[in-house]
Design a protein around this ligand. Structure first.
Ligand code: GTP
Ligand code: SPV
Ligand code: MN
Length: 600
């Protein structure tokens, strides 16, 4: 017998959904089953319950109305890539960059963990929509969870509740997610994807991408498989709209690895002189883009999400005022520091540090403490609609036309500030070759250089070489209407370890150059690696970047690039004969140009 449904107002007549929910309840055996309608009253009630049991601490109602503070378990603070599995029927379909498990074996293992795991708890059924309402690109997911914290976060991050059930109707093509905090036992933590069943099962974590199943699990790992099969793209990309002084809009999608600057670029405020001249940057999304050909033959992008799960440390009014304003109200802060006046703090916030605080573990902290007050992967969960720079186009059902795609990573050496790929196939190679220093967004050693193709290493739901093949095939379909491709690196350092590039709002200089390139309004220098700007076209002089610094930022170091191509070859060899020959060819062509050119 299935447990009684706690009353909520949802209207639903989908029998396959009902049957699946019963099946999960029979296995996990919760005390109550509750269907979320997504209403304000419902979330107010849930948050009040979480305040009562200590899960949430309400923040100052004047300085931070509608905001809550949360701490995760100390062993559960980031995505766990080594516990994340792609359970495709064939091992070879997961590819060498994913952990694979046999689906039947994984189901058996997870059944044991899920068996009775919700005893004494409420099981929440969360219907949610990824993508704008009434959009042909939108999809419905259902997450079943025993975590009210997940419900509160998912209500910000997605369009949750009745709206999703209404969009689903009687169809059975919803993406299934089963999540249980279980015992938060890291040894039994599994984030398992079953692409053939449109299913994710996540147990023993309650943090970010491990637990908010609409985000990386659905909108990237499972969606990348759907996208391959249906001829579209699911990418780890922000989307912005740039308005120039003539009023023309240029849309850019950008893939940077986790904690490498997507949210910051998505909310960029141009420098005063550009604002005065009429430049404007508007936010469409900050983490995930779904791209599909529109009726005009161009790639169009939507942001499937409805909120931001943004990195807190380093975010300030000086670096990202729009993020600070987005998270002033109706926000959940997780693992930042708590001050005694019920406000929050993190490293890099404006002004001097507080004289004392409670750190992310709940311990008393002072500026003399040897550890940071906020966890490096502490985050704010804020509604996208609250962002001052949110674009009027952000919920357009047909999405926005994408003119340029930008790749980037954290590289202290070799990779210049910006260069443009010669064409789509070369751009695919540029994306496939991305490397970046690891950040705190995932468990593991921070700072280690690793390959992260298209910023999708942890998020591609199938064989990475097939994913590159899909990129090439999309390019063949789109022909001359495909976006121009660029690569940027905001993170170059000089020999003394200082940033060579001021970054943040000064990145506008690079965006302006890209806009002019897209519309054929500025020349570039043809080098072995691609098309590089003339220093004057970025106004490097105005920033006091001259001589050796300018050379380091924009130059091509032939020896370092030769080493780069060798490293790429080693990486590409891992894909054996599944590697698209185009990728192999582009690396050989790069090496040829490096060797043959008199000036690189
Ligand atoms: P995920 O949400 O993990 O996918 O991260 P993200 O790509 O959105 O990264 P985010 O914009 O949150 O930036 C992460 C860190 O990089 C923050 O600490 C920023 O302050 C820092 N950062 C962002 N842009 C720049 C830049 O232009 N220069 C420098 N030096 N740091 C930057
Ligand atoms: C990332 O790591 O890329 C994030 C945070 O955006 S999480 O939702 O945890 O994946
Ligand atoms: Mn991300």
């Amino acid at each position: 017998m299935s447990p009684p449904a706690a009353s909520s107002g949802v209207r639903m007549s989908n029998s396959s959904l009902r049957a699946w929910v019963h099946e999960v309840a029979a296995l996990t055996r919760p005390q109550h089953v509750y269907w979320c309608d997504g209403s304000q009253a419902e979330i107010d009630r849930l948050c009040a319950e979480m305040v009562d049991d200590g899960t949430l601490i309400p923040l100052d109602p004047v300085k931070h109305p509608g905001c809550f503070y949360a701490r995760s378990h100390v062993n559960d603070v980031a995505r766990v890539e080594d516990r994340t599995f792609i359970c495709s029927p064939e091992k070879s379909d997961a590819g060498p960059t994913n952990n694979w498990s046999d689906p039947a074996a994984m189901h058996t293992l997870l059944k044991q963990i899920l068996d009775g795991c919700m005893a004494g708890r409420t099981m929440y059924v969360l219907p949610y929509l990824m993508g704008p309402p009434k959009s042909p690109m939108a999809r419905v997911g259902i997450e079943i969870t025993d975590s009210p914290y997940v419900v509160a976060n998912m209500r910000i991050m997605t369009r949750m509740g009745q709206i999703a059930l209404d969009e689903l109707g009687d169809r059975d093509d919803f993406v299934k997610g089963i999540h249980s905090v279980a015992h938060l036992n890291p040894a039994e933590r599994y984030i398992s994807h079953f692409p053939a069943e449109n299913l994710v099962i996540s147990v023993n974590s309650n943090y970010g991408g491990n637990a908010l199943l609409g985000k990386k699990c659905f909108a990237l790992r499972l969606a990348s498989v759907l996208a391959r099969d249906e001829g579209w793209m699911a990418e780890h990309m922000l989307i912005i709209g740039i308005t120039d002084p003539t009023g023309r809009k240029t849309y850019v999608a950008a893939a940077f690895p986790s904690a490498c600057g997507k949210t910051n670029l998505a909310m960029l405020v141009p420098p005063p002189e550009d604002l005065e001249a009429g430049w404007k940057v508007e936010t469409i999304g900050d983490d995930i883009a779904w791209l599909k050909f529109g009726a005009d033959g161009r790639l169009h992008g939507v942001n499937p999400e409805h909120g931001f799960f943004g990195v807190a440390p380093g975010t300030s009014l000086a670096t990202n005022p729009n993020a600070m304003l987005s998270c002033r109200t109706n926000t959940i802060f997780t693992n930042v520091a708590l001050l005694s006046d019920h406000t929050v703090w993190w490293e890099g916030m404006d002004g001097p540090p507080p004289t004392q605080a409670f750190d992310w573990r709940g311990n008393l902290w002072t500026p003399q403490s040897p550890t940071p007050a906020a966890h490096p992967n502490s985050r704010f969960t804020a509604p996208a609609s609250q962002c001052p720079s949110i674009s009027p186009d952000w919920e357009k059902p047909e999405g926005v036309p994408i003119h340029a795609i930008l790749f980037g990573g954290r590289r202290t050496t070799t990779i210049p500030l910006v260069y443009q790929a010669f064409h789509w196939r070369h751009g695919t190679f540029v994306g496939a070759s991305m490397t970046s220093e690891k950040t705190a967004a995932a468990e593991g050693k921070v700072g280690e250089l690793r390959h992260d193709p298209m910023a999708m290493l942890p998020f591609c739901g199938y064989h990475m070489a097939d994913y590159w093949r899909h990129w090439i095939a999309m390019g063949e379909r789109g022909g001359s209407r495909m976006p121009s491709v660029f690569h940027v690196n905001w993170f170059r350092k000089d020999t003394n370890g200082r940033w060579l590039w001021p970054g943040f709002r000064q990145n506008m200089r690079v965006l302006k150059w890209m806009v002019r390139r897209v519309h054929g309004e500025v020349d570039a220098e043809k080098t072995a690696i691609g098309l590089v700007p003339h220093a004057d076209d970025l106004g490097l002089n105005e920033l006091g970047i001259t001589g050796n610094a300018a050379e380091q930022l924009l130059g091509v170091d032939r020896a370092a690039w030769m080493a780069e191509t060798e490293e790429r070859d080693r990486f590409f060899q891992r894909f054996e004969d599944r590697l698209p020959p185009e990728i192999f060819f582009e690396n050989a062509a790069l090496r040829f140009r490096l060797v043959m050119r008199r000036s690189a």
